[in-house]
Design a protein around this ligand. Sequence first.
Ligand SMILES: NC(=O)c1ccc[n+]([C@@H]2O[C@H](COP(=O)([O-])OP(=O)(O)OC[C@H]3O[C@@H](n4cnc5c(N)ncnc54)[C@H](OP(=O)(O)O)[C@@H]3O)[C@@H](O)[C@H]2O)c1
Length: 281
Amino acid sequence: MKYNLKSTAVLNNKTTMPWFGLGTFLSEAGKITQDAVRWALTAGYRHIDTARIYNNEEDVGQAIKESGVPREEIFVTTKVWNDDQGYESTLRACDESLERLKMDYVDLYLIHWPVPGLRNETWRALIKLQEKGKARAIGVSNFMIRHLDELLAQTDVVPVVNQVEISPFIQRCALVEYCKKRGIVVESYSTMSRGKRLSDERMVAIGKKYGKTAAQVMLRWALQNEIVVIPKSVRKERIIENADIFDFEISAADMAAINAVDENCSITPASWDPETSDKWK
Ligand SMILES: NC(=O)c1ccc[n+]([C@@H]2O[C@H](COP(=O)([O-])OP(=O)(O)OC[C@H]3O[C@@H](n4cnc5c(N)ncnc54)[C@H](OP(=O)(O)O)[C@@H]3O)[C@@H](O)[C@H]2O)c1
């Protein structure tokens, strides 16, 4: 499969989304986030992932504005946080995010987490936001099969994306297959294990064969499985390194070896595991 930094996935509402973007969770507000976004855009990134809860939407918006790259060439995602969920409060939350971003619309608005009792109302609000043109596309995050089953039973609007933790160490194969069958693009977060498993010998050894780092192998593995990636870094050299994954192809044998690594091992705290927990506070 051939990709470049600007290659896009076609979403189920016919809009497109770059397969590769910049994550910003834990990117500190202010100059740190602004620099990261600026370096990423200079390196050719055209997709930025933020969220209300990351407290850096203003900086993402400012850096995009100052970059000189036309707004329509950049794919921006933000998300409604748990304590804003519900119909009216989600409509308000989106307006507030747009104000911070200083944008008229986001390319993708996601339900950040499947809050019990509120997630279906929140979805109705996202449909309204899409109708109003405030979100070009709408999707979900951290939805497991049971959450998607519930949602799809009460709406005709299928989420375009489900953003979930996926890395070689937690591959969620059943969920990925479920989403693909229903036209939901899978977007991975913590694809590089949030930096915690980069010395894994298997990843390092495969990387050596291609002259690549473990981080690059993990990102390329996800892309070759047709999973969107949004690696986060606030360091210029890593922002460039993470994007340098379009000049090699992991062989079928090495893909199989990485597929076999799956440990169902999340780096997200257990109390936040949407597979097992409906708690979020
Ligand atoms: N929907 C959700 O619930 C959810 C949850 C988590 C994340 N996300 C999104 O997904 C994005 C990515 O996930 P993530 O931030 O959890 O994890 P990640 O992208 O797997 O890893 C980020 C961590 O790895 C370090 N790093 C980055 N590139 C590196 C490299 N080449 N070599 C060594 N270390 C490197 C970063 O540190 P430096 O910054 O210091 O380089 C940071 O600590 C987030 O930023 C966010 O946008 C969504």
